[in-house]
Design a protein around this ligand. Structure first.
Ligand SMILES: [Fe+2]
Length: 183
């Protein structure tokens, strides 16, 4: 399975550019996590890239979101492990994240939103000058990006990362694709 094919499929199924950027950001952080833990970078990255492929097809129906996504990912040839991570990133199904890949995707998904929100309140709206410590401060401000699930981000402890480390890794990973994110 090639990244290019995956991106083509995402482009065919997701029109909202911000959603595509969210998936690219998730990919970047998942790649950085895979490198950090000596896991398969391609596998982890593509899992992140694909995880919301069904977001427009399921039209906000949380009962089908990620089930359809896992099926679409399987059609593209992902492993069962990758499909499982995609499936359980939506907790509506009551399937708990089990593997390190499952858990990594689960905590990474909401982190991208917090980092993007922290970037957009900067005067220059650029990732380049964003410091991890200011994102960590935003994390503690409950009213900031209130829709971001802090509890899910905190699950980084289950893959052996402290919150500060996780945020730092996430910020650095997203800076690496700032141009693609338009930030
Ligand atoms: Fe997501």
């Amino acid at each position: 399975m090639l990244r290019e094919e995956v991106l083509d499929s995402i482009r065919a199924n997701v029109e909202n550019e911000n959603m595509v950027k969210h998936m690219l950001a998730t990919e970047a952080i998942m790649r950085a996590l895979a490198r950090r833990f000596g896991e398969d970078e391609e596998e982890w990255g593509l899992t992140g890239l694909l995880h919301d492929i069904d977001v427009e097809l399921t039209e906000g129906d949380m009962n089908t979101h990620s089930k359809l996504g896992a099926d679409l990912a399987r059609e593209l040839g992902v492993s069962e492990e990758m499909a499982h991570a995609i499936l359980c990133h939506n907790e509506t199904h009551g399937i708990s994240p089990e593997t390190r890949l499952d858990k990594a995707l689960f905590c990474t998904d909401p982190l991208t939103g917090l980092i993007i929100a922290a970037t957009l309140v900067r005067p220059d709206k650029k990732l380049a000058g964003l410091e991890a410590k200011s994102v960590k401060k935003r994390f503690t401000e409950k009213s900031f990006a209130a829709g971001t699930n802090r509890q899910h981000i905190s699950k980084c402890s289950e893959i052996g990362l402290e919150l500060g480390e996780f945020i730092e890794l996430g910020v650095e990973a997203m800076k690496g694709i700032a141009a693609d994110l338009g930030l």
